[in-house]
Design a protein around this ligand. Structure first.
Ligand code: FMN
Length: 198
């Protein structure tokens, strides 16, 4: 099956470190892999309203909600490219993920069943030198993948503050070369048992 990668850019500025690092990693994808890139800041979603227990959500038929929903359902591989903001994902990314909660409850979408078995990846740039401060972002994406029954490819991390800084992070650029070739195991919650060895 042809793989279709959806890259969701989550920075609040264009051409930032996260996007630069993501593009480096994407350059290594084989030519037959489809790539679609959407900048979340330039495709703002409507305000999220939690209607889960009040009324049925309806499938969005227009605008950025429809664009992002359709693109999400179509992707075999979903790449969340979010700068580290306050140790977690950026506001545009969080807002997009909040909309998943509505799409999960939209009759006829089968949102969870469609995403199950597909793969979630992350890319982030952060100013802090010590990468463990990005653990909350990694945990958010990993647990989201576990909830959705998705595979999780992990998070590619790069260092930088000003746009372009990440291009001086040789370790990150090295990791980018093989990032999308790595194994992406089925994501699990920490309390779930490993599958029995065969
Ligand atoms: C609102 C905001 C919050 C940030 N929070 C953190 C943080 O918690 N830890 C950190 O290391 N860097 C933090 N930074 C710095 C950015 O992660 C860093 O500049 C990164 O390179 C931005 O990625 P971008 O160029 O793709 O936008 C923050 C920047 C902003 C604007």
């Amino acid at each position: 099956m042809t793989r279709r990668f959806l890259f969701l850019l989550g920075s609040s500025r264009p051409d930032g470190n996260t996007e630069l690092l993501t593009r480096r990693a994407a350059e290594q994808l084989p030519a037959d892999v489809e790539q679609r890139w959407i900048d979340l800041a330039r495709h703002p979603l409507p305000e999220f309203e939690d209607l889960r227990h009040d009324s049925d959500h309806t499938r969005p038929t227009e605008g950025n909600a429809r664009l992002l929903l359709d693109a999400t359902l179509d992707a075999t591989d979903l790449v969340i490219a979010s700068p580290l903001y306050w140790y977690s994902v950026s506001t545009p990314v969080k807002h997009y993920l909040d909309h998943w909660s509505g799409w999960l409850r939209t009759p006829g979408l089968d949102f969870k069943a469609t995403l199950a078995g597909r793969t979630l990846w992350g890319v982030t740039a952060l100013a802090h030198e010590e990468q463990e401060v990005a653990d909350p972002l990694i945990g958010t994406l990993h647990l989201t993948a576990a909830f959705m029954g998705m595979h999780f490819g992990g998070v590619l991390l790069g260092n930088g503050s000003r746009p372009g800084d990440v291009l001086r992070d040789a370790d990150a650029l090295g990791r980018a070369e093989t990032f999308f070739a790595r194994e992406a195991p089925l994501a699990r919650f920490p309390y779930e048992k490993e599958p029995a060895a065969v």
